[in-house]
Design a protein around this ligand. Sequence first.
Ligand SMILES: NC(=O)C1=CN([C@@H]2O[C@H](COP(=O)(O)OP(=O)(O)OC[C@H]3O[C@@H](n4cnc5c(N)ncnc54)[C@H](OP(=O)(O)O)[C@@H]3O)[C@@H](O)[C@H]2O)[C@@H](O)CC1
Ligand SMILES: Nc1ncnc2c1ncn2[C@@H]1O[C@H](COP(=O)(O)OP(=O)(O)O)[C@@H](O)[C@H]1O
Ligand SMILES: [K+]
Length: 484
Amino acid sequence: MSFEWIASHQSAKPTTEIPLLSSADIRAIEASTEPIIGQPGLMEQAGLAIARWVLAQAPHAHFFWIACGNGNNGGDGAEAAIHLHRWGKTVYVSAVKSPKSAPADASRAWTRLVAEGIAVHHEAPDSWDVCIDALLGIGLQRHPEPPYAEWIKRINQAAKPTFAIDVPSGLDADTGSTFEPVVQASATLSLVGLKPGLFTHQGRDVCGDIWLHKLGTESTTEHIRCTLNPTPKPLPRPHASHKGSFGDVAIVGGALGMQGAAVLAACAALHAGAGRVFLAFLNSEGLQGVGIPPDIMLRSPDTLPHQGLTVVAGCGGEHDIGHHLPHWLELAERLVIDADALNAIAIRPDLAQALVQRRADTTVITPHPLEAARLLGCKTTQIQANRLDAAQRLAETFQCTVILKGSGSVIAAPGRKPRINPTGNGRLAIGGTGDVLAGLTGTLLSQRSTAWEAASESCYIHGLLADQWPQQTTLTASRLIEHL
Ligand SMILES: NC(=O)C1=CN([C@@H]2O[C@H](COP(=O)(O)OP(=O)(O)OC[C@H]3O[C@@H](n4cnc5c(N)ncnc54)[C@H](OP(=O)(O)O)[C@@H]3O)[C@@H](O)[C@H]2O)[C@@H](O)CC1
Ligand SMILES: Nc1ncnc2c1ncn2[C@@H]1O[C@H](COP(=O)(O)OP(=O)(O)O)[C@@H](O)[C@H]1O
Ligand SMILES: [K+]
């Protein structure tokens, strides 16, 4: 039996590409796992794993409230209760009463629990040391109903250590959207495989520390919905190299009053290690207050070189960027499209068409959810309701690599399984960090062989800086750049 720590609230384990499985994937694995006569089934294994894990997390706790739903998540809770009871702990098991009978595995667990002499209650206890949340798992489909909703509220109000089985009850395992109310867990033990919803949208805020136990199962490629964005390997910088070896990056942006955004992107490109960085303002009036390092070469958009250039278009671009986009969509060897350039594409079919016609794997678009909604002609809530699908739809529609930003940024490209980025946190939720990401992505795009690699690495590094940020120091976009 092996437990794997994957992430805490503020940091993620450096990893290779870990598979993330949808509820359907999990059910397919369950269906293809043959029970072995005389060996414990998956639910019995789950129960033992949960009991051991909870005890390791809260070794001195005595009174365990095990809140169980009517499905297999509740069955896992019943199995765990049996072990905790045998190990001398006081278990108070609450089961939701339902007109429907529990599924077969869960029914067997309940029979075993009663045979152990453990009482089954239908209400919550008055107090407890630790709660095991076995109310709802991957079977959740709607807002928790009574008594689920009341018990979830009790769990959250008590603010005692709460350990969620599989997913915090109320969290959609596939999308990271929450139904209300949702359990606020101290830690979550994901069974069989990790689920996408633990890592994106609202998932990270409700899971606490994330752990995995595969229960001896293995997923094959067909079972994988997406993956966790792996830790990148640093690119070697050979001795026998020169400035032309590390990419020419040009930032085209900075309309009147918005030049700071373009400067942030240019500085990020510079600090990320681009060989040469050009900055072409769309409007250079009133630049006195904007500090531009002398390492950056200033050009007008019309005098930028073309050959070998990676262009980052849109940071602070306002309406003006639309005039320049046809040129760069046609001629830029590699292109990062951000902010106002995305807004221009959303309203101009000619630009959208030019984007589609670019050579595959040379372009990264970096929308936040509102920009993504404009591009797909829908509402931001629809994007957030299923970030994986939205990112994939953008990639297929515009035939390019996509970074859908926000908590658990999604990286998608046509014909590939998307990645969810495990690094980054709410300290990045300030103006300017998106410009930093665009500049960083530009440099990596100029140096890596594919847009996919550049986008994945860029997201990871950007988020990691925020995860490693000293608690007492305010994170700002310009300070972030200095740590690249
Ligand atoms: N598959 C595997 O390999 C393994 C699975 N395992 C475990 O099984 C879990 C999945 O079990 P599951 O499929 O029985 O679903 P589960 O999450 O218990 O919910 C279903 C129940 O909840 C109810 N219900 C749903 N929504 C509701 C709401 N909003 N408000 C109120 N009720 C609601 C629903 O009622 P109904 O919709 O039928 O009325 C039904 O009674 C999985 O997360 C993991 O813990 C492990 O043992 C390891 C192996
Ligand atoms: N809550 C969060 N958790 C993780 N990353 C976040 C969060 N909020 C913002 N970010 C990241 O910060 C950056 C913000 O980009 P964006 O919204 O375009 O801001 P701006 O254009 O003002 O710089 C993106 O990389 C995004 O993924
Ligand atoms: K649960």
